[in-house]
Design a protein around this ligand. Structure first.
Ligand code: ZN
Length: 366
């Protein structure tokens, strides 16, 4: 879903992307807003209000996500991007390094900003009475609706089920109390799954009791299914978290198979699939579009010491690079691709046997 998003702008150094599914939300919002305003303000005015309302609510969602992103960055956590999509917004960041208190504040600041937006629109709806009478009514009604929606956004997001903000607040609180991040993730994910199922049940109930409200009912069902799915992936993440904790890159090495295809088919002499002694020599050029600090040919790939843990290894691939060099103080320099690492983690997770012995894995061929 997120892969198709295109870049809109960069705000405060954070990339803002729009997913094509956002169009569905925009159309639904305009349709629903214009229906609400049509009776009192007439068709043409209502459509104008609806379009303005759609843009302003999307900007409110962006403000909510920017609050998460900027707070995270302020706390030293790397933020990749913000994506606006049919369900609202998603902020992608490397959160594993956060402490419970950081996670708590980063999660809570989004709903806080939504409440703030709600308060501002509430004040604007009162202040709109000062405008000329022709636009005072529409402006006040529009601002009033936006105030209400922002408050609803804050309240809905604070419902304690991951991956909603409330779930993250709960997770941070549990992590703080239990001192065990993985258990906290599992509990918060369970709450998220229960909440998602409850929403699906509610949607089905509405569909049964009031079939004329099927659009609203379908909306609850879709959000419920999304929550169950997202909470499930949080749950799987907690199992990965367990696996990653205390597992070093050195532990993973025996599970890393040799690369099946050379990374650069145009260059059959490319030695990158084998461990090399000198990581500076004969490295493939960075992938097209790669945003590496030094694009000069032969520039070193990012390196990672063998003592780093799997969190750091996964994070190392979060940038634009797909290859890194694993090294230690002695002679091991092993260039690996993201695909090799993903396969190795999969083998480790499924309890499959190592693909080579430790000696083979760390040996440096001549
Ligand atoms: Zn949020």
């Amino acid at each position: 879903m997120l892969a198709r998003a295109f870049r809109l702008a960069t705000v405060g150094g954070i990339e803002v992307r729009l997913d094509p599914t956002l169009l569905v939300l925009a159309v639904l919002l305009v349709w629903s807003f214009s229906g609400q305003f049509a009776a009192e303000h007439g068709g043409t005015t209502a459509i104008g209000m609806a379009v303005a309302g759609m843009v302003l609510i999307l900007l409110s969602i962006l403000a909510h996500e920017l609050a998460h992103a900027l707070e995270a960055r302020h706390r030293g956590i790397e933020v990749e991007s913000i994506t606006l999509l049919v369900f609202g917004g998603v902020t992608q960041m490397h959160a594993h390094s956060a402490r419970p208190r950081d996670e708590f504040v980063i999660a809570a600041v989004g709903p806080f900003v939504s409440l703030l937006c709600g308060a501002v629109f509430g004040l604007l709806s009162v202040a709109a009475e000062l405008l000329p009478t022709t636009i005072a009514g529409p402006a006040a009604d529009l601002a009033g609706l936006l105030a209400l929606l922002n408050v609803l956004l804050a309240v809905f997001n604070l419902v304690p089920g991951a991956p909603l903000d409330g779930g993250r607040v709960l997770r941070a609180g549990l992590w703080w109390i239990l001192g065990d991040r993985s258990r906290a993730i599992r509990w918060a994910a369970r709450c998220g799954q229960a909440l998602g199922l409850a929403l699906v049940g509610f949607g089905l109930f509405v569909l049964w009791q009031a079939p004329q409200a099927f659009v609203g009912a379908l909306w609850w069902i879709v959000i419920g299914v999304f929550l169950v799915w997202a909470a499930g992936s949080e749950h799987r993440m907690s199992r990965l978290d367990d696996l990653y904790n205390g597992t070093t890159v050195r532990d993973l090495l025996p599970f890393v198979a040799a690369e099946e295809q050379p990374p650069d088919p145009a260059d059959p002499t490319d030695p990158a699939s084998a461990p090399t002694e000198d990581p500076g020599a004969d490295l493939p050029d960075p992938a097209p579009g790669a945003d590496l600090p030094d694009p000069a040919p032969g520039a070193d790939l990012p390196g990672l010491p063998l003592d780093a843990d799997l969190h750091d290894l996964v994070d190392a691939f979060q940038g634009r690079t797909t290859r890194i060099v694993l090294h230690d103080d002695q002679h091991t320099h092993l260039e690996v691709s993201e695909r090799q690492i993903a396969a190795a983690i999969g083998r480790l997770r499924r309890g499959q046997p190592p693909v080579r012995t430790m000696a083979e894995a760390t040996e440096t061929p001549r």
